[in-house]
Ligand binder design. Structure first.
Ligand code: F3S
Length: 417
């Protein structure tokens, strides 16, 4: 790789051990993927924050980077941790886990990372602009940044994102380059209005349908990737309207089930207007979407009741929290109910009185964390959620059964007497 004099000096250790290590990581990555040079990044999002995933080895790496003089050079935010840093006891997190998790967060803070602890950094001050190079981890946020905003990032891992934060650069390969952002497969969605109207979907309910659509398209992309040996960028037609919250749900699902880091959606995402969709099309219709939804969770029944509800994967926006407060007003929930969001959104909810209404129902805020990264394996039997991604990880990671319902129906089930 061609390095500038300043980058070469970083590699040779002139700016301390942490920067040297960070540049070694980036050069190794760039060499593997054939990058010719580094590009400056405007912001970084670091994932892999839960102590459950990091363990002692990960914590030691962070401590070494902090002690070695590592300091962020660009705006750098953090993905959810394994606990609500203010309310972990009420969520049943052990004191020992909380102590270790706090050490992780402190190590990031010492390096200048803004400890937002959210997977929706674009709602909390880390909002890149169209065309900007960034280095983000967290698959749903990467897909959102690339597709909905038109910023440019690969799917970084925790160490490579941290390395970009400490150097301010990332190797120029993958989705940083124009030719890799061009669509490779055309997806025609048929009967989308029919799917929404048969679900009687309001704005909030429809996010679940977008999650099911992401799973249906994702499964088809997986098959194409297996046949072609690489994952093509999908160009999606047939969706006439989508809110940010719906796109947030779609990105999380498409990234989970199809491994997609970028898609174009005609009339919705910015780069769709400047690229031509490929000729040959894959069709996805109402039956595919219904089938994808059914595969994410069986209906709830009396014999096998739900004991855990969670909304907020990805983290809830303030609009979603307001809607939840409206639905829960004057009601009581019949099981453990987590409302997962970022700390800044929770603080606005506090100010608006939403928190009081939601907590009066027995539901609990789980800010800074979520039902996937918190250490709750085996603690519950059956999860009801509107998130396709949460359903996937509830089964794969936590061994929970799942019930996949629209937002309002999750609340209706949770408040059924
Ligand atoms: Fe965010 Fe956790 Fe879902 S990190 S996307 S709420 S799995």
């Amino acid at each position: 790789m061609e390095l500038t004099a300043a980058q070469q000096a970083m590699l040779e250790g002139e700016q301390g051990r942490a920067v040297c290590k960070a540049m070694e990581i980036l050069v190794a990555l760039g060499t593997i993927y054939g990058a010719r040079r580094m590009v400056p990044v405007r912001s970084v999002q670091i994932a892999g924050v839960s102590y459950e995933n990091l363990g002692e080895a990960g914590l030691q790496f962070l401590d070494e980077m902090a002690l070695g003089g590592g300091r962020t050079r660009v705006l750098t935010t953090l993905n959810p941790a394994g606990m609500d840093v203010e309310n972990w006891q009420a969520l049943g997190i052990s004191a020992e886990f909380a102590r270790q998790q706090q050490r992780v967060i402190d190590a990031f803070a010492r390096m200048g990372v803004v400890t937002t602890c959210t997977c929706t950094p674009y709602f909390s001050g880390n909002l890149p602009r169209f065309g900007e190079h960034i280095a983000w981890a967290e698959s749903s946020a990467v897909c959102f940044a690339n597709s909905v905003i038109g910023a440019r990032t690969n799917r970084e891992g925790g160490p490579s994102a941290l390395a970009a934060a400490l150097t301010g650069v990332t190797p120029e390969y993958g989705y940083h380059l124009d030719h890799n952002r061009r669509p490779g497969v055309r997806i025609e969605v048929r009967g989308w209005e029919q799917v929404l109207s048969s679900a009687q979907a309001n704005e909030w309910q429809a996010a679940q349908a977008f999650g099911a659509l992401g799973a249906a398209i994702g499964r088809r992309l997986e098959a194409v990737a297996a046949a072609q040996g690489h994952a093509p960028v999908p160009y999606i037609l047939g969706i006439s309207h989508a809110t940010l919250d719906q796109l947030k749900a779609f990105c999380a699902s498409l990234a989970t089930f199809g491994g997609a880091a970028l898609f174009h959606m005609a009339g919705i995402t910015p780069e769709a207007a400047v690229c031509d969709p490929p000729e040959a099309a894959i069709e996805v219709g109402p039956a595919d979407i219904r089938q994808a939804a059914a595969a994410l969770g069986a209906p709830s029944d009396e014999i096998d009741p739900v004991d855990f509800y969670s909304l907020g994967c990805p983290h809830l926006s303030i609009g979603e929290v307001a809607h939840l407060a409206h639905l829960l007003n004057g009601k009581r929930v019949n099981g453990e109910f987590w409302v997962t969001t970022s700390r800044p959104v929770k603080q606005i909810a506090d100010r608006m009185g939403y928190t009081e209404i939601i907590e009066a129902s027995g539901a609990r805020f789980a800010a800074d964390t979520c039902c996937v990264v918190a250490p709750i394996k085996g603690r519950f039997h059956r999860l009801a959620t509107d998130s396709a991604k949460a359903c996937y990880y509830a089964g794969a990671k936590n061994r929970f059964q799942t019930v996949f319902l629209p937002f309002d129906q999750v609340v209706a089930l949770a408040t059924r007497t």
